[in-house]
Write a protein that binds this ligand. Sequence first.
Ligand SMILES: Nc1ncnc2c1ncn2[C@@H]1O[C@H](COP(=O)(O)OP(=O)(O)OP(=O)(O)O)[C@@H](O)[C@H]1O
Ligand SMILES: [Mg+2]
Length: 265
Amino acid sequence: MSHHFVRFENVHYTYPNGYEALRGVSFCVTHGQKVALVGTNGAGKSTLLLHINGLLLPTKGSVVVGGVPVERKTLPLVRQSVGLVFQNPDDQLFMPTVEEDVAFGPSNMGLPAVEIERRVEEALGAVGALALRQRAPYHLSGGQKKSVSIATVLSMEPAVLVLDEPTSNLDPQARRAIIRLIRTFSHTCLMATHDMEMVWELCERTLVMREGELVADGSTTSIFEDEALLERCGLEPPYALWRESHETQEEGAECFAEALSAETR
Ligand SMILES: Nc1ncnc2c1ncn2[C@@H]1O[C@H](COP(=O)(O)OP(=O)(O)OP(=O)(O)O)[C@@H](O)[C@H]1O
Ligand SMILES: [Mg+2]
């Protein structure tokens, strides 16, 4: 469990229609890091995440998870350690009831019934969705589906948690439950998101994508302080930081105006 790093080396991916969505992406996430992947719509975040559990395989370059190269023949092994929550929960939920969906992974692992039950309870509890246990997934709201789809992955107790837009569609309490859960997750976690407040709160490191390329990789603080980078990549810092910098600028402008009027008096 202790070496679940994720390494991309010069990864290119071209969709069957010829669109090159990843253009030479390289990075390495070490065990236990919480890393955000940010970028505008269409930057290539989901495409990148789908490579971590081999749902997409690179056209060129390589992906290695915990020392195992992600290839067709290693997929069962890779998927034992990587839990991927899709951007669209409808891609994740397919059983008649929520509890069957959450139990699906542990059942496939051949775990005893009592352990499956423990995992279902724990995973649904962690996302605040225990009350939905008996419900049909296709009758749930968008946010409820999102929470349940995260539970289906948590029940597998993955060593690498990959989340595509974990807080989209969630109400404030459900969002807070997911943030709490990610904070307590002690293994590797990589998440694509537009929720910059969450990035600021949770992730020590941020990767920035633009048109299929990784254009920045650094501490979240350094990324959010780089106004030129944010502007170039169509991003905004979290509101708290934005306000701080604007208040500082406004204060600066007020001081300047005062000094100017004192001088001209
Ligand atoms: N199946 C596909 N066939 C062809 N092109 C695709 C396919 N899926 C995605 N793309 C294209 O690849 C690029 C990257 O898409 P991707 O879904 O990875 O972006 P994203 O960064 O996750 O965006 P968002 O923030 O909207 O989720 C986009 O230009 C998209 O149109
Ligand atoms: Mg996406």
